[in-house]
Write a protein that binds this ligand. Structure first.
Ligand SMILES: Nc1ncnc2c1ncn2[C@@H]1O[C@H](COP(=O)(O)OP(=O)(O)OP(=O)(O)O)[C@@H](O)[C@H]1O
Ligand SMILES: [Mg+2]
Length: 423
């Protein structure tokens, strides 16, 4: 797809790249949940078909043979991506749905004596390895980049384990260089997109004054982003207005996507990853770039999934840790995607629903069913902590902590909700 015409930019990129990424808040609030059921005839449906689905994809990227598919198979239950010790093992992306672990779900489910508890989920995509020159067609090149364009956030697997038997495409384990290679290719690809788009905009006359205003905003944003990219900085580091952001959204710029670095360590380092100098280096880079960092051993995690549950604890203990690192990784990704959870909780089920930060009560109701949004009357809402302290919805109502919220209400993380609507 994207052909690259950025070779003239090379000299300015010879200096070491400075990475500046946007803030990726990795605070996984274990705060409140809410939950109740909707009244009416509409049946609940899984949110996979809802309009927010587009924002739920996290792409696993990195150099070839660094452990992407191994990690994917560990994260995705029944993941069947081929993982083997040779570069470019993965060509077509593997896609899998992953449940987001959330201890609040079971607390609510127990209180409500629910028959089942249904967690929120996100989608992981295991993408082919990227090498230097990919933006100009090296390796799987442009095809790989088009797969990245389709995801909403990136998990970059960075090899931190030493193992002479596992081929490293550049001959040695060097996280800084690996991170630079990937960033540079993404930067090149974005520059190519931007050049083409600016050319088009130059010729465009704008159909009416409204589209002219939009095109002007797009042009001004792209000019600013281009300057940052030429300096080796990602698009997400550039300050642009919300209107400009909206105007460039259609380009799906790769360096606009938030990123978490996943330091992949050896089995022997799981208990104390900080002692590995490569991990220290990635830690430094991640904090410099204000992006997330998760340390995990893809190998260990993938072996854990093969074991019966009683043997898992034993294996983890033998490594000197108490739990798998995947929960952290999944929650970090969820948070990075800007997602929030609200709950419904009743006898039939307690369920975690995924919404985007800032969604109103009717929009949140629409994630369950579009009828809930269309016929929205009000939402009875209680914060998770208040629900737990009261013990039930009825008790929360008696205590006066159950609020009746209208159409303008912005749903908060952990709200437990009961929607009233007309159909
Ligand atoms: N933490 C680790 N410690 C030791 N070996 C590992 C670790 N993680 C992955 N490996 C090994 O690295 C090799 C490559 O793994 P994998 O196929 O998952 O890489 P990949 O990034 O998906 O590669 P490709 O880009 O070619 O698809 C495998 O042999 C795997 O067992
Ligand atoms: Mg692979």
């Amino acid at each position: 797809m994207a052909r690259i015409g950025c070779t003239h930019l090379m000299p300015s990129l010879l200096s070491p790249l400075k990475h500046h990424t946007s803030h990726c808040q990795l605070m996984f609030g274990l705060a409140g949940v809410g939950g109740t059921v909707g009244f009416g005839r509409a049946k609940a449906r899984p949110f996979s078909s809802s309009r927010i689905c587009m924002s739920l994809k996290a792409g696993i990227v990195g150099l070839p043979n660094v452990g992407k598919s191994t990690l994917f198979n560990a994260v995705v239950e029944n993941g069947k991506a081929q993982a083997a010790n040779f570069p470019f093992c993965t060509i077509e992306p593997n896609v899998g749905i992953v449940a987001v672990p959330d201890p609040r779900l079971n607390v609510l489910s127990d209180l409500s004596k629910s028959q089942r508890a249904v967690p929120a989920s996100i989608e992981f995509v295991d993408i082919a390895g990227l090498v230097k020159g990919a933006s100009q067609g090296e390796g799987l090149g442009n095809k790989f980049l088009s797969h990245i364009r389709e995801v909403d956030s990136l998990l970059q697997v960075v090899r931190c384990f030493e193992d002479n038997d596992v081929i490293h495409v550049n001959g040695k384990v060097d996280p800084r260089s690996d991170i630079d290679v990937i960033n540079l290719e993404l930067v090149f690809s974005d520059l190519d997109q931007i050049e083409k788009r600016l050319d088009k905009l130059k010729k465009s006359k704008g159909r009416d004054s409204q589209s002219k205003v939009k095109e002007d905003a797009e042009r001004s944003a792209l000019e600013k982003i281009k300057i940052a990219l030429l300096d080796g900085k990602p698009a997400r580091s550039v300050t642009i207005t919300d209107f400009e952001k909206e105007a460039v959204k259609h380009l799906c710029l790769l360096t606009m996507k938030p990123i978490i670095y996943v330091a992949n360590v050896a089995e022997s380092e799981v208990a104390d990853p900080g002692s590995n100098p490569h991990v220290k280096e990635v830690m430094g880079l991640a904090s410099e770039l204000q992006s997330g960092l998760v340390t995990v051993s893809a190998q260990v995690e993938s072996e854990l999934t093969e074991l019966p549950s009683e043997e898992r604890t034993e294996y983890l203990q033998s490594l000197g840790v108490s739990e798998s690192g995947l929960g952290n990784l999944i929650r970090a990704t969820y948070s990075l995607l800007g997602l929030r959870t609200y709950f419904t909780s009743g006898e039939k089920e307690t369920k975690a629903w995924t919404i985007l930060a800032g969604m109103t009560a009717p929009q949140a109701a629409g994630v369950i069913h579009s009828d809930f949004e269309k016929g929205f009357i009000r939402a009875e809402t209680v914060a998770y902590d208040d629900f737990v302290a009261a013990g039930s919805l009825a008790a929360a109502r008696e205590k006066g902590v159950l609020r009746s919220e209208g159409k303008e209400y912005i749903v908060q993380e952990g709200d437990v909700m009961l929607f009233r609507f007309n159909v």
